[in-house]
Design a protein around this ligand. Structure first.
Ligand SMILES: Cc1ncc(COP(=O)(O)O)c(C=O)c1O
Length: 414
């Protein structure tokens, strides 16, 4: 809807007040009662991200010659990602605006690589486990690819054998998640890797959630299976910094085993009057703030800092997992290892329990097949998990005593 721009400007103090009033209806994510959207690792981390962001807010990473600082910081961030994810020396990558862009770029790169190396007799296809993020469908829609979703195994993880049967001569990529969004489970990447190698097909691991979490959980002793470049068949990975990297929003990494693969990502053109332009990612102008904030937070926390955060999140998840397992009306979906957990009920309509929890002030997400309550836990939840568990127990009892239960959740993004 059109609305007129004010004729005269307004002073910043007044605007700030207006914006604070606008925010009064927003979730208070600092209090730990939100289980999605915000990854809050404490005021000190936030301060570092904010100050670094504003220091480089005006700079543009489209111009590495003008801003070698940003080029250096991007190289450092990508380099840290590659070493955490056991990449070989040949590996390369870029920072992007988020998981969706990283996935978009990996698909475009795999498609264009396949055009040079394979023969198609139909639409290029992407074979996904049912639990892969729908960013793959969105990117496939943009890129003219057909998605083939394969049912999960009984453990709610990718079924490598079934995925193998779905591979055809038109398959340009197979996908595994580490972990998947709906249940927080790590797919059998080693098995998918064997599949990829035996079919000579591209394997992408979507580690948007786990890329900057699982390595630290493993250092803390969690038995995380191989999920990264240590599996030979993995050609690319997406790993988000604005999730468990605790960076400012607008920061992810897309990583490739070798630059012969990544070169299909780069757009290099001079057929216009504005001169040659080389853009490695989907954006033109690339915000310096997002790169600077990621660089600063990674160096501020270091391995020890991330390990500490990972330990807090894993123990919070374990506490919730034990409480759910100890409630005979509830069960956990699969066996999560990191910070994401979903749980359902064979007996109750779980969305009714969700509603009761929402009324008690908890704003989390859901899974739909199987139905469940879904949380992405962060260090902020350590302080409130006992309250959550107590409210969950009461909500379950409320619903158990009530005949009319909700079957559906309203779509979250409408
Ligand atoms: C596993 C997974 N992949 C990709 C994405 C998309 O990331 P973004 O929202 O940063 O585009 C998400 C978002 O939650 C995710 O959980």
């Amino acid at each position: 809807m059109k609305r007129p721009m004010p004729q005269n400007g307004t002073d910043w103090e007044t605007l700030k007040d207006q914006m604070s009033s606008l925010a009064e209806g927003d979730m208070d994510w600092r209090n730990g009662r939100t289980g999605m959207y915000v990854f809050y690792a404490g005021e000190d981390v936030l301060k570092v991200a904010k100050e670094a962001y504003t220091m480089f807010m005006s700079e543009n990473a489209l111009g590495p010659l003008a801003f070698p600082s940003l080029k250096q910081m991007e190289d450092d961030v990508v380099g840290m990602g590659l070493s955490l994810l056991n990449a070989p020396e040949s590996a390369v990558g870029n920072m992007t605006s988020g998981g969706s862009e990283s996935i978009f770029l990996a698909l475009k790169t795999a498609r264009d690589w396949a055009r040079d190396h394979k023969k198609f007799d139909g639409e290029p296809e992407v074979v996904l486990p049912q639990s892969a993020h729908l960013a793959f469908d969105r990117a496939s829609h943009y890129l003219g690819l057909k998605t083939v979703r394969v049912p999960l195994g009984p453990d709610l993880k990718a079924d490598a054998e079934a995925m193998g049967k779905a591979i055809t001569s038109n398959t340009i990529m197979i996908v595994g998640s580490a972990p998947c969004y709906p249940f927080g489970l790590i797919d059998p990447i080693e098995e998918l890797s064997q599949l990829a190698l035996s079919h000579d097909v591209w394997l992408h691991v979507d580690a948007c959630v786990g890329g900057y979490f699982a390595p630290f959980a493993r250092m803390n002793g969690v038995e995380v299976p191989a999920f990264d470049f240590s599996a030979e068949g993995v050609r690319s990975m997406s790993a988000d910094l604005h999730k468990y990297g605790y960076a400012a929003k607008g920061a992810s990494t897309v990583l490739y085993r070798a630059d012969e693969l990544q070169r299909y990502q780069i757009f290099d053109c001079e057929d216009w009057p504005g001169g040659r332009m080389v853009t490695p990612t989907a954006a033109g102008t690339r915000p310096g703030g997002a790169i600077a904030a990621a660089w600063a937070v990674m160096n501020y926390l270091g391995v020890d800092g991330y390990r500490e955060k990972a330990a807090a999140v894993v123990s919070t998840r374990q506490k919730l997992q034990e409480a759910v397992a100890g409630n005979n009306r509830l069960h956990v979906h699969g066996d999560p290892l990191l910070g994401l957990i979903a749980f359902g009920s064979h007996e109750l309509k779980i969305f009714s329990v969700y509603k009761k929890m929402y009324e008690r002030g908890w704003f989390t997400s859901v899974s739909t097949d199987p139905q469940g309550i879904h949380l992405m836990l962060t260090p902020a939840h350590e302080q409130v998990i006992d309250d959550y568990i107590a409210d969950l127990r009461e909500s379950v009892e409320d619903v158990a005593g009530n005949e009319s239960q909700a079957d559906e959740m309203k779509a979250r993004y409408s």
